[in-house]
Design a protein around this ligand. Structure first.
Ligand SMILES: Cc1ncc(COP(=O)(O)O)c(C=O)c1O
Length: 477
């Protein structure tokens, strides 16, 4: 009998378990895509769910993981179901899942070139390709990091070094005037969180009002800027949302760029969700002006069919990417000046160790080409417009705002309904528990709305017709 480590690392067991797992997952994928894995979300009370996953482990474990993996699948939300129309998390490409398996086994953990030579090169190529898609030249650079929240923090740290007028990284947040950024009141909460992490407090983000389409009112920037100055703050940047999370509104990037240029401000675009529209012919115009940004965040796990998490933080002037974490760690970075070693990506990321983030996207682009992605993005945006058409044509539904991307917010307004907010909340709860669909809700100034993100490439118009019918039936009950 071999020792536990030897048998746990046995290549033949890996082969057998791997084949069984891929077979199991392929069957699952087929069932989920056909809507046979429903409920989309197998809802259970969180306490009850916690009890189903005991925290005692035996000294000698079970011999194979199959039962446990079966349990994991059974208790998962099913993103491959075309009736998943919830948060902005995509149904990842199956090929990406295989790449994740390879990446996990290889575990080339980056930070320094030696710990992930190929992964470092793939990351550089992806960053260059993405920067090129934004319209930037070879001076651009950037890194991959773990999510849009970390990405926005990284970009704003670089903005701070570039525009604070003092060395906030080394001397601290109190070495000069308190800083702030201006962002639409619809900006993702991680922008505020980044400001608070940087020690700027609650007022570190000054909200800019939005128009009736939930886009930043660029004409309000001068007054918002002056207000920040009056409050004793030094604005260093404007954050444009492309698009916003709640309703998918694209801020007017060109106008924001003009304002930033006139005041010497850094221009950051949070394109976590919407930057992928640069790949399309039809929707590229939503991002007009993005090429003038100093930095852009672009999530591949939102609209590039990648599993969570992989985010690009891109800088038009690539040298800026070294300023977010302007710190030396001599045991890691032996060249003194970290800029000499672009290939040690850890100098430019919050993470030291990170996953081989580049592998799935690089592989998918190689295998399927860029067309798959362009058509996917445009297809979901098109579908949202058709869904909006259905909603407009239905007297018992109300569209919150014309969708610009694949996020659609609406509410059910059956004749005689009195408390519309309570109705939407109840409808969502009911749909969730029944398991036929998964969608979310959002509070907008006019009240509570149902919110869908049409992010699964297999979701069709018929599914959305069925969603409306299901909501009607639930309201009747
Ligand atoms: C516009 C925007 N920015 C940032 C984020 C945060 O990204 P992540 O969840 O990858 O941290 C989100 C997430 O929904 C988003 O919609």
């Amino acid at each position: 009998m071999s020792d536990p480590a030897t048998s746990a690392f046995d290549p033949e067991s890996f082969r057998v378990q791997g084949h069984a797992l891929v077979d199991r997952l392929a069957t699952y994928l087929a069932r989920a895509q056909a809507g046979e894995a429903r409920p989309v979300l197998p809802w259970r009370d969180p306490g009850e769910m916690a009890d189903a996953w005991p925290s005692q482990f035996l000294e000698r474990g079970q011999s194979d993981p199959e039962g446990l993996l079966e349990h994991v699948i059974a208790e998962a939300i099913h993103l491959h179901d075309p009736h998943y129309v919830g948060h902005q998390v995509t149904s990842p490409l199956p090929l990406a899942a295989l790449c994740e398996l390879a990446g996990t086994l290889l575990n080339n953990a980056m930070a320094v070139y030696e710990m992930g030579p190929g992964a470092t090169a793939m990351e550089r190529s992806l960053v260059r390709w993405m920067a090129g898609c934004l319209g930037w030249d070879a001076r651009a650079d950037g890194v991959l990091t773990s999510g849009g929240s970390v990405g926005n923090l990284t970009a704003l740290l670089a903005a701070r070094q570039a525009r604070a007028g003092y060395d906030a990284w080394n001397e601290g947040a109190y070495a000069g005037l308190p800083l702030c950024v201006l962002a639409s009141e619809q900006a993702h909460y991680c922008v505020g969180r980044a400001a608070q992490i940087m020690g700027w407090g609650r007022d570190g983000v000054v909200p800019v009002p939005v128009d009736e389409h939930f886009r930043m009112r660029a004409s309000a920037l001068p007054e918002t800027y002056r207000g920040a100055l009056r409050a004793g703050r030094k604005p260093i940047a404007v954050v444009g949302s492309a698009c916003s999370t709640a309703t998918g509104a694209f801020d007017p990037l060109d106008e924001i760029a003009d304002f930033c240029a006139s005041r010497g401000l850094w221009f950051h675009v949070d394109g976590a969700h919407g930057a992928s529209a640069v790949l399309t012919d039809r929707y590229r115009r939503l991002l007009d002006g993005i090429e003038r940004a100093d930095s852009v965040v672009w999530d591949a796990h939102k609209m590039l069919l990648m599993p969570a998490l992989v985010t690009a933080v891109l800088f038009r002037d690539g040298r800026r990417s070294y300023e977010a974490f302007a710190q030396e760690a001599s045991y890691l970075f032996q060249d003194g000046d970290p800029r000499a070693g672009w290939y040690d990506t850890g100098v430019r990321t919050l993470e030291c160790t990170k996953r081989m983030l580049s592998l799935p996207l690089y592989t998918a682009l190689t295998v399927y080409g860029t067309r798959l992605f362009a058509e996917y993005v445009a297809g979901t945006f098109d579908l949202a417009r058709r869904f909006a058409g259905l909603l407009r044509a239905a007297p018992d539904f109300e569209l919150a705002v014309e969708p610009e991307c694949n996020i659609v917010c609406f509410r059910h307004v059956p004749a005689g309904a009195r408390d519309l907010d309570a109705l939407q909340a109840a409808l969502r709860r009911r749909l969730l528990r029944a398991g036929g669909f998964y969608l979310v809700q959002v509070r907008l100034p006019a009240g509570l709305y149902l919110r869908t993100t049409l992010i699964n490439p297999l979701t069709r118009e018929e599914d959305l017709v069925e969603l409306l019918e299901t909501l009607r039936a639930a309201a009747r009950e």
